[in-house]
Design a protein around this ligand. Structure first.
Ligand code: GLU
Length: 451
């Protein structure tokens, strides 16, 4: 049987990291098994569903590269893929339950009569969970007393206003769309017995269920949209690489049972299985997410890095067509974790004026003998012939020898004088990219202005 998974977001907000992780696991599972990944829009709640929200969700999935085989914009043989357009299908399924006497009207709503028996979810992650829905009962919020009170456990499947309820449409669509594996957040585990009761009523074998543990804040609280790292569209603007975000999301709840932490999307496709999904909740760690991004940045092919870095470089007015840009990006990838950090690392290479950081400058001017050091550097580097990294290093070594100092002692003032700061990319390759004339000019300017 061909594997068919689905991601079924309700378009009532942003694409949250928890939702995107669910989408990723479904996508990976389908791709791993050569199956199909379906995108279904659960927009039966007309009041809360918006087109803006749907667009944000679709854009987020596209940015992550989690393309869907069937769904909005793509079509497919089981469409339409928006629940709001599937009402006639739900009417047909309701009629089946009516015929079998399994539903009844209650104050304008339609309820499904819950059988008094145990339903056992055989979950691929959580194991076996048995529930008797009648015994478990139900509660509702009583507005008058402001308390949860006991309520009828029979499931409402249609509201008095005619709108169908989540449990019903979710099951009907999974049946109609031939979904074989339901991979979703653990917050839905307690709903699954209801869904099993509906499958039974329709005389359809349920799909495989896998409920993935929640993704929490480091302090164990639920993540909200205000927490850093919660919203997918912010990753893009903050300078993350989509595959690094996929990599980190994969690690948030799954492991390949070895020490490997850095995966390309195609590695993940190969390795992902439900057996590797953790049983306990995961904790979101923004610092680790940045580290994963940095590791991806180091490995990106040059042209991809350039394409991804361009918007950030342009915003910082760095000339992206400069012939030195490729080399500069290679230096930056060793220092930056996010694409947005790249301009700061390389800006000095392309600047017409050095921007001097006052703390760094102070550290140099407060040392003794700096005028002599910078003059020696200027003279040493002036005599360098071919301006390769090796020759630049010998120029600095010669300068050090000329004043009987250690070469290491010259690197720091040289960095501040030519790059303006104690931080940034490696000094010698930067000098090489600056060129001899610019390097000498910066050393002389520093000496004149600060020493
Ligand atoms: N619309 C539901 C949600 O966003 C989907 C649940 C499911 O995957 O079955 O939580």
């Amino acid at each position: 049987m061909k594997v068919r998974t689905r991601f079924a977001p309700s378009p009532t907000g942003f694409l949250h990291i928890g939702g995107a992780r669910t989408a990723l696991y479904n996508w990976l599972y389908a791709r791993h098994h050569g199956g199909a990944f379906v995108l279904r829009v659960e927009d039966t709640d007309a009041e809360r569903s918006t087109k803006e929200s749907m667009d944000v969700i679709l854009d987020g999935l596209r940015w992550l590269g989690l393309e869907w085989d069937e769904g909005p914009g793509v079509g497919g043989e089981f469409g339409p893929y928006n629940q709001s357009e599937r009402v006639s299908i739900y009417d047909r399924y309701l009629a089946k339950l009516e015929e079998a006497g399994q539903v009844y009207e209650d104050e304008g709503a339609i309820r499904f009569r819950v059988p008094d028996k145990d339903y056992t979810v055989q979950d691929e992650v959580c194991g076996e969970v048995s529930t008797n829905l009648k015994e478990r009962g139900s509660t509702r919020f009583d507005a008058e007393t402001k308390q949860e009170v006991a309520a009828n456990p029979d499931i409402i499947i249609k509201r008095p206003n005619g709108g169908y309820i989540f449990h019903f449409v979710n099951v009907v669509d999974d049946i109609e769309m031939g979904i074989t594996h339901v991979i979703r957040g653990e917050d839905h585990l307690s709903n699954t017995p209801k869904h099993l009761a509906l499958y039974e009523a329709f005389d359809v074998a349920p799909p495989v269920f896998a409920h993935i543990p929640l993704n929490l804040n480091p302090n164990g609280t639920k993540m909200s949209k205000r927490d850093k790292g919660a919203l997918i569209h912010e990753y893009q603007s903050e300078g993350f690489i989509a595959d690094a975000v996929n990599n980190y999301m994969a690690l948030l709840g799954w492991s390949g049972k070895d020490d490997q932490e850095i995966f390309t999307l195609s590695d993940l496709k190969e390795r992902f299985d439900l057996g590797g999904v953790n049983k306990s909740n995961s904790k979101f760690d923004y610092t680790k997410c940045c580290w994963v991004n940095g590791e991806h940045l180091k490995k990106l092919p040059g042209d991809e890095l350039q394409a991804l870095a361009n918007p950030f470089l342009e915003a910082a007015e760095i000339p992206i067509k400069d012939p030195r840009i490729e080399a500069a990006l290679d230096l930056a990838r060793e220092r930056a974790q996010l694409l947005s950090e790249i301009p700061e690392v390389v800006a000095t290479i392309f600047a017409s004026e050095v921007e001097y950081d006052s703390d760094s400058v102070e550290k140099v001017v407060n040392r003794e003998g700096m005028k002599e050091v910078v003059t020696a550097l200027t003279n040493g580097l002036k005599t360098v012939g071919s301006w390769t990294e090796a020759d630049i290093k010998s120029g600095i070594a010669d300068a050090a020898a000329s004043i009987e100092a250690k070469m290491g002692a010259l690197m720091f003032p040289c960095r501040v004088a030519t790059m303006g700061s104690t931080s940034g990319a490696d000094l010698v390759p930067v000098l090489q990219l600056l060129g001899k004339e610019e390097t000498v000019k910066r050393l002389e300017g520093f000496s004149t202005n600060y020493l």
